[in-house]
Structures are given as C-alpha cells and as structure tokens.
Unconditional design. Structure first.
Length: 261
C-alpha cells in the first residue's frame, strides 16, 4: 500500500496536468509496485481535489469495455472512473481543444438511472430494472499520459482518461428494446467514421454498468438515482482536433453532437 503522501502527490500531478493541458509519463514507471487499491486511491484523491474546487459528481463511466478498445490500447479488462459536472458539455456544444492534450472521441450508450444501483450481485436484469432511459453519448477522452501510453493501473489513477462528455436529448426506454442490436453511427465532419452495435460492449452494455456497480459495491459505494453512466466505447476511439464536428446517431435514441474549437 502506498503512503498517503505519495497518493496525494500523484493526484496533484495528474490534476495539474489536466488543468494545464500537459502530459506526463505513466506513474507506474516510478511506482512499479503500485497495486489496484493504490490506483483507485489516487483516483479518489483526484476526485476529492476536483470536488473541493466546487465540481459536483454527476455519474460514473466504464472504460475499455469493448474488444475494439481493449485491442486498441493493448489491455484486457475494463476500468472504472467518475464523471463531474465540469466534464459535461451541452448537446451540440463546444469543446475547447486548448484545454486538452490529445483528445479522442468514443461513441457510447449512456444510462440514466431512475433508482439507486448497488452491488455486489448486480446483473443485467438489475441494471435494466434500475434504468430510467438511455441516451446517445459521446465521451471525449484525453489521457494525461504521453502518447496515450499507459498500463491499467496508471490509467485508473488518471480517472480512466475522462475529460468531457455530451449526451443527447432523446431518452430511449430500455423496456422492449434490445440494446445488443442497437446500432450506432459516428460521423466526423459529416463522414461516417465508425459503426457498431451495443453488443460490442461485453455482449450487452448493461453488463458494463453491472460490473461498475459491483466494483463500487466492493468499495462501499453505489450509483445513486439520477446518475448518468457511460457504458464504454462501442468502437475504437477516434482522434479529433480543433475544427472537427462529431455527431453520433444511436438507433431509437436520436443523436448528439459536439464541436471542437
Ligand atoms: O473510456 C474509455 O474507454 C477510456 C479508458 C481509458 C483508456 C483510454 O484512454 O483509451
Ligand atoms: Mg469511454
């Protein structure tokens, strides 16, 4: 277990990198013995710093939940992070690239919970029962690590590269729908660049939400009613730059978009 002072120093470093839009080397280079609990402890300390500045917790995210993403990043299991109101961009709104290091976008299905979801023991059925509706969601990831080069523990400490997100305004109830066959099309500057379906995320995107709830439950936390949960990129992440306009269509759930300036 890392010392509290080391955890605090690492959280400060990652926070400063995000605030100043500059990168750093992955923290396991200096701390090769960092364990999973240490990695999430750094993430907790990062969240505490940001909330001390006034940010509010609005939800959580699961990352690396599709084989496309795992293959892209060379890892083999999902990771979990948190979402703050400071990460949220209004539908159709602008994301300032000067505030980010090397942003990429991911097409996701966002769950909005009508009831608290608490592990352990969560499964797809419990997630769907607690879900009020799903929305089209674009996550903007921006690893604080140089060239997006990291291992799982380093990326967990860095709040799983969370930077911004946008969700659409057309809620789709899950009852009577099959999220596995729900199709998505991601367009960059009017050109379709990625396609997929919900099943790309662990067979069913609600599986990622159940894993997240079980992960939180093991730590004595839960997903409160009203939480927004990003279930993970359905395709590989797509790099973006100032001037790009990204639009996501989700079958049955309308669309959402974001402009990079
Ligand atoms: O949301 C995600 O899938 C990203 C998880 C962290 C890995 C990355 O930066 O691609
Ligand atoms: Mg994501």
């Amino acid at each position: 277990m890392m010392q509290a002072s080391t955890i605090a120093a690492l959280a400060t470093r990652l926070d400063d990198c995000a605030l100043q839009a500059r990168d750093t080397t992955k923290i396991t280079d200096e701390h090769p013995d960092m364990d999973w609990a240490d990695a999430y402890a750094v993430q907790d300390a990062l969240r505490a710093r940001q909330m001390e500045r006034g940010a509010r917790l609005v939800g959580c995210k699961a990352g690396l939940t599709s084989f496309a993403k795992m293959r892209q990043m060379g890892v083999d299991s999902p990771v979990f992070g948190y979402l703050l109101d400071t990460h949220a961009v209004p539908d159709g709104g602008e994301c300032r690239c000067a505030e980010l290091i090397h942003p990429k976008v991911e097409p996701e299905i966002a769950f909005v919970l009508g009831r608290e979801l608490k592990g352990p023991g969560c499964h797809i059925g419990a997630v769907l029962a607690a879900t009020d509706f799903v929305l089209a969601g674009i996550e903007v990831i921006d690893s604080r690590y140089r060239d997006f080069k990291f291992d799982l523990k380093s990326v967990i400490a860095d709040n799983t590269s969370a930077a911004r997100f946008v969700v659409g305004g057309q809620p789709m109830p899950v009852y009577g729908r099959d999220l596995r066959t729900t199709g998505i099309v991601l367009e960059k500057n009017g050109v379709p660049v990625a396609f997929g379906a919900g099943a790309a995320v662990l067979g069913h995107p609600a599986t990622a939400v159940a894993m997240l709830a079980n992960h939180l439950g093991a730590r004595g936390e839960s997903l409160p009613a009203g939480s927004v949960v990003l279930s993970g990129g359905i395709t590989e992440a797509v790099a973006v730059a100032a001037g790009d306009h990204v639009h996501l269509r989700v079958q049955g759930a309308g669309s959402t978009s974001i402009r990079f300036v």
